[in-house]
Ligand binder design. Sequence first.
Ligand SMILES: Cc1cc2nc3c(=O)[nH]c(=O)nc-3n(C[C@H](O)[C@H](O)[C@H](O)COP(=O)(O)O)c2cc1C
Ligand code: SF4
Ligand code: SF4
Length: 297
Amino acid sequence: MSIAPITMTLNSMISTWNRTFGHDEDNMTKRIGILYFSPTNTTKKICRAVASGMGANDLQTLDMTFPDTRAEIIANPNTVTANIDHLIVGAPVHSGKLPLQAMECLSAIGGNGKECSAIVVYGNRDYGIALYRMVEILSKNGFGVTAVGAFIGQHTYSDIVPVAMGRPDESDIEKARKLGASSLIATEYLSLEDIPIQIDKISRSDKYSAIKPAYIAKLCVQCGTCAKNCPIALLSPDTGMYLDQAGKNQCIGCMACVNNCLKKARVVKANLIVKVVMNNLLRQASRERKEPLTIVG
Ligand SMILES: Cc1cc2nc3c(=O)[nH]c(=O)nc-3n(C[C@H](O)[C@H](O)[C@H](O)COP(=O)(O)O)c2cc1C
Ligand code: SF4
Ligand code: SF4
């Protein structure tokens, strides 16, 4: 995972973006931007595939997984769309909803009449109200939503119950590319009535349920990689431990730290009760393959 966006200012990121995608008024090339929250990279893969389907092969992005980038965006809400024609927005589904950090960032962005595609990625259980909420926020902020997709990524808690292993796979990526191509030639904007929801008690509740990773001190080499990749900046760059108890309470259980620890010093660990709960929750999802949902205006 690149950490470049943390150190770049939003303006320099956007100027890189413009150089990358270019803008040619004569042949109507659209300038495409990608904005995603993606702790374990499945959402990022889908957003890149949608961009590739639009003919935007270079992969410059605004990565709102990182707290510094989110702060820059919130401080400069109109600059995100100032020099693009179409924004691809992506976020994972957490407890049937959008992660709060992604919602806060998206709520700040001014659409200024630009087009966008809205993408959520979920772990084969359900996408709850996440896609609906994303379209609601983007439309309210002045975007015209030309296409939406709910794609499947390997479930974050697959170390406890394996679900959607290896996804998105080539078939998912191809569908994402096709969605990108269709999104550019959509004839109308989607409205909230077009967006399906999968309501259950998890998505209806305001609560987010998260499994917090365990830390194995004797395996840790204090490399700081987990801290750099934590979307909430909860970990000490010197020790790989939570900075404090408040930090542990705020952990969203996204497993970015686990995925990035080469020493397996941060791991998913579940006691018997958690295993039973997760087995119940994910039993069906572990048995059937769901296919991506795509809708174009
Ligand atoms: C706290 C948390 C809650 C989750 N809730 C759901 C859910 O309600 N439904 C589902 O299908 N997947 C759920 N997932 C799985 C993720 O949506 C899925 O693994 C996704 O691909 C992760 O995206 P990322 O790789 O971009 O971080 C959850 C994951 C986490 C960490
Ligand atoms: S990435 Fe792993 S080894 Fe490195 S500091 Fe974090 S826990 Fe320790
Ligand atoms: S500490 Fe929690 S929020 Fe931070 S990367 Fe690890 S699981 Fe995600």
